[in-house]
Design a protein around this ligand. Structure first.
Ligand code: SOE
Length: 391
């Protein structure tokens, strides 16, 4: 099997997710285009880089991302750093002729996203592939929903509602990480998780053209964890810890119009006690509806309302499996179920197929740039209270 060498920048939670996906891709997908070889892992904390190298079997580790970009042996770069450095690393990698898969949101600002988009457009002319980690649209149930919508069985789509609710930052004792600082994150819940919900909605209903939004920050300062890594709320600090301001949003809500003519709403928060990775989708059409939640990601609820008898109308549950998108490559029996690990492997497989085929995957840097523009429109509308057109 052909081999391709991988460099990883950022050895945190998402670095781990990428590496598990690289490892599993050729095992889960018999027609995987290549076998990824772990060449170099980079993290600014030397002990983290060293530990990651050992555990995942990288050949080398380093603390300066330029060492990854300047290595002619590396063909693929994963960018899993805080958002504010995505642009310089990803653009440098693309300019050096490397395929890039970058975590979301694509950048901390639209200007940074534009730099990445331009670099990706130029690189694409040479067959170089870019991708942003909007993996939730690749859940088999979401692709099945898309098939059903496109088949017309739901009639004309009138409303698409999505939510992404988490609780890991609801406790004021959860430390201030880079995710709560505008300079590093760009925005809070908006870029971090609302973008996933927006991506699913746009995947199914077309791009958002107009929106009006509310953005709230509930916890204005948080305790600082000295020298710690971002552990997503699993560490709590006592009342004596030094505090610093939060200058990004905790919660965002928007009403929107899609280019398809549908309308809808998106809500996201990291402050919803009791909700963990609660991504929901509800689609209403003139003949039927779809409903889905990530916490039961293998199940798609469909109601063919107009085709049901009076008195028998309701949702039926499709347990996704071999007969659904990506069903040939995960597990054999519906109900055996896939989870986050397999989902990231599906994403990696799509990335690998695009590299082999020399085309840009869905969720390429064009998609990432457009999503960053939606975020810009959300923040603008929240400031003025007015409807805003997405550029
Ligand atoms: C934290 O909110 C986070 O890790 C996000 O950054 C991811 O994109 C999401 O998939 C899970 O939660």
């Amino acid at each position: 099997m052909k081999k391709m060498n991988v460099g990883l920048v950022g050895a945190g939670f998402m670095g781990k997710a990428h590496c598990v996906a690289y490892s599993n891709m050729p095992k889960l997908f018999p027609d995987a285009p290549f076998f990824p070889v772990f060449k170099t892992v980079c993290d600014i904390v030397p002990e983290i880089a060293e530990d990651f190298k050992e555990r995942f079997g990288f050949e080398k580790c380093c603390t300066d991302w330029h060492d990854v970009i300047n290595d002619p042996d590396i063909q693929i770069v994963s960018v899993c750093t805080p958002n504010n450095v995505h642009a310089e690393i990803a653009a440098a990698a693309l300019n050096a002729g490397k395929h890039v898969i970058c975590e979301k949101p694509m950048a901390a600002t639209v200007d940074q996203a534009k730099i990445m988009f331009d670099a990706a457009e130029e690189a694409a002319k040479k067959g170089i592939v870019s991708m942003v980690g909007y993996q939730y649209r690749r859940v088999p149930a979401i692709d099945e929903a898309k098939k059903i919508i496109e088949s017309g069985r739901l009639g004309e789509i009138t409303n698409v509602r999505t939510q992404y609710l988490q609780s890991w930052s609801a406790d004021p004792a959860s430390p201030l990480s880079w995710r709560f600082v505008k300079a590093t994150a760009g925005s809070g819940t908006l870029g971090d998780i609302a973008t996933h919900a927006i991506d699913i909605a746009q995947y199914l209903a077309g791009n958002i053209t107009d929106l009006v939004s509310i953005v709230k920050t509930y916890i204005p300062e948080r305790p600082v964890q000295e020298g710690g890594v971002d552990l997503l709320g699993t560490v709590k600090l006592g009342p004596d810890a030094r505090k610093e301001p939060v200058d990004v949003d905790d919660e965002v809500s928007l009403l929107c119009k899609y280019e398809s003519g549908a309308v809808g709403s998106v809500e996201a928060t990291r402050m919803a006690w009791g909700r963990n990775n609660y991504i929901t989708l509800e689609v209403h059409g003139t003949r039927g509806s779809i409903s889905w939640c990530y916490e039961r990601l293998n199940e798609l609820n469909v109601c063919y309302g107009m085709d049901d008898q009076d008195g028998e109308r309701g949702f039926k549950v499709i347990y996704t499996g071999p007969a659904n998108p990506h069903g040939d490559v995960t597990w054999n029996i519906p109900g055996m179920n896939i989870g986050y690990g397999e989902l990231k492997a599906i994403e990696m497989y799509e990335f690998a197929k695009a590299i082999e085929g020399g085309y840009q995957p869905t969720t390429c840097f064009r998609t990432g740039y457009q999503l960053d523009k939606v975020c810009e429109a959300v923040l603008k509308s929240a400031e003025t209270g007015a409807w805003v057109k997405v550029d």
